[in-house]
Design a protein around this ligand. Structure first.
Ligand SMILES: *[C@@H]1O[C@H](CO)[C@@H](O)[C@H](O)[C@H]1NC(C)=O
Ligand SMILES: *[C@@H]1O[C@H](CO)[C@@H](O)[C@H](O)[C@H]1NC(C)=O
Ligand SMILES: *[C@@H]1O[C@H](CO)[C@@H](O)[C@H](O)[C@H]1NC(C)=O
Length: 492
């Protein structure tokens, strides 16, 4: 047995040696030919040098002596993008129109915004909606297109073509961006404008965000802007898309939705997704609290799947809850649900503010890197998948009963002379805790003072700071939120 192995080894050793020898010879010839190639290229470059004409790109690569002018990209010069430069295209269905239109009414501003709701068939007009909704249109017939996804619905083709149909209607004067959304998408308009303002609308841009489900992103694509979270296409890109979309759609009959069809065409056009993390598809179930209480440091642009998740405030309907969020949204849209983290002065509690939404008080001190992670109050879109199936970090709601946060939800907000005052009241109850530490249950309400900051997103992204302000008000915590002062860091 042993000898056999040894013999085998010898054989392979012999093979190996002869193999390396032939490699050496081959390498030698390769070296000679590479030298010859360089030698001959020298002649080529020299001849071009003399003529000083159209150097071949390949040659100029190899011969650094040739100057080629680097084209200077001119800086964009245009006035700031505002709401009048955006055209919305809302994909809707007649079947769900009655309930879904209430979401559109929440954010639609009839006299300022441009856009169309695209339906599959006529719906009954309701006099109560008069002037509260965008104009309605019936999409073109898509019978001629093939749809072969066994799980999806053919309406995907209709919805995918909204951008093209909008362009073909004409009347696009002054349009810089086409923004797509579903009938259950709620936009925070000021933030949408703020995000789009960063980009030159004269160039090709496809802007949106991915799913909260890693499996969804694998199944569809990490390069896709999820339609429910909404996405923006710059005007010239929309024009380019319109020219090829109907042909493009025919090439992908097996895709599932409207947004993957758009992405397939974007890939053909060679335009990647520009990711903006404030667009929220919200492919989750359950309670959004964890995600909204620890939003990334970027403007909140949209919310979606609001029928699927619980109302964002407890004990009210979904639409009532969103209406409540609009109160702080009007006072200081850029600061909406932005997080700040601080400690009370004894350092016994950690406080996390999600401005305009909720305040949490935790017993003990947690580092900012823990508190800025969303707590898993929500469930995965694939219900059997666990926390490893999110494409971002999450943390458990608490590791010990004493660490379960005390939660205070927004009850109202007002503008004072130069600050906003928002109030948050305690919700729910906490399990009994035997820690020898002051109990936050004495705090029934939290008052937060914050100066609106219209330039929050014109600076490099940074979380605001919060400070606990001493007060004599019983059962109340007072917090000041604002730009961090010099040398102010969240540390104990
Ligand atoms: C938006 O910008 C245009 C210039 O492009 C300007 O004429 C218009 O008044 C602005 N509208 C608003 C609402 O600011
Ligand atoms: C829910 O709302 C109802 C009526 O508005 C009120 O009576 C009840 O106390 C509320 N429950 C909670 C847990 O806030
Ligand atoms: C806010 O207004 C009050 C009086 O209305 C004034 O005393 C205070 O200095 C102002 N604060 C800031 C930061 O402007």
């Amino acid at each position: 047995m042993f000898t056999m192995m040894k013999n085998n080894f010898k054989d392979s050793e012999h093979l190996y040696l002869s193999w390396t020898f032939s490699k050496l010879i081959a390498f030698f010839f390769l070296l000679v030919s590479v030298c010859y190639l360089f030698y001959s290229l020298r002649f080529v470059t020299h001849s071009y040098d003399c003529e000083q004409q159209n150097p071949l790109p390949l040659v100029s690569h190899l011969a650094p002596s040739i100057d080629y002018a680097i084209e200077e990209i001119p800086k964009p010069s245009f006035d700031e993008t505002n709401i009048s430069h955006i055209v919305f295209g809302i994909g809707a269905s007649a079947k769900l129109w009655k309930q879904r239109k209430e979401y559109i009414k929440l954010w639609w501003r009839p006299n300022q915004m441009r856009g169309i709701v695209w339906l599959d068939r006529k719906v009954e007009a309701d006099s109560k909606d008069k002037n509260l909704l965008p104009p309605l249109k019936i999409s073109e017939d898509t019978a001629r297109f093939s749809y072969k996804n066994p799980k999806g619905h053919k309406s995907a083709i209709r919805i995918s073509r909204i951008v093209s149909e909008t362009i073909r209607l004409g009347n696009t004067e002054g349009v810089r961006w086409f923004v797509m959304g579903d009938d259950d998408t709620v936009f925070v308009t000021e933030n949408l404008v703020k995000v789009l303002r960063k980009y030159d609308h004269n160039q090709f841009y496809y802007i949106g965000s991915s799913s909260e489900s890693h499996l969804q992103n694998i199944y569809f694509s990490y390069n896709m802007a999820y339609g429910g979270g909404g996405f923006a296409i710059s005007y010239p890109l929309a024009v380019a898309l319109e020219k090829m979309q109907d042909r493009c759609i025919q090439r992908y009959p097996g895709l599932y939705g409207s947004d993957d069809r758009i992405q397939a065409c974007m890939a053909e056009l060679g335009v990647p997704l520009t990711k903006e993390r404030g667009f929220h598809q919200f492919d989750v179930y359950g309670n959004l609290f964890g995600l909204l209480a620890a939003h990334p440091v970027t403007p909140l642009v949209s919310l979606h799947h609001l029928d699927v998740v619980e109302p964002i405030f407890p004990n009210v309907t979904r639409v009532q809850a969103l209406k409540r969020l609009q109160v702080p949204m009007k006072l200081d849209p850029y600061g909406l649900i932005q997080q700040s983290i601080c400690y009370d002065k004894r350092g016994t509690w950690t406080i996390s503010v999600s401005w305009g939404y909720a305040v949490q008080i935790f017993r003990g001190t947690f580092s900012p890197r823990e508190i800025e992670m969303p707590a898993r109050t929500f469930l995965n879109w694939y219900k059997r998948a666990d926390y490893t199936a999110y494409p971002f970090n999450t943390r458990p709601v608490s590791r010990h009963v004493c660490q379960k946060p005390f939660v205070y939800y927004l009850s109202g907000a007002v503008a004072l002379s130069n600050v906003t005052k928002s109030e948050y009241v305690r919700s729910g109850s906490n399990p009994e805790c035997r820690w020898q530490m002051q109990d936050p249950s004495q705090i029934q309400r939290v008052e937060v003072y914050k100066k609106p900051d219209p330039h929050l997103w014109d600076k490099s992204p940074r979380r605001n700071c919060c400070r606990v302000v001493p007060t004599k008000k019983k059962g109340t915590m007072v917090i000041d939120v604002g730009e961090c002062k010099e040398d102010e860091v969240v540390e104990l």
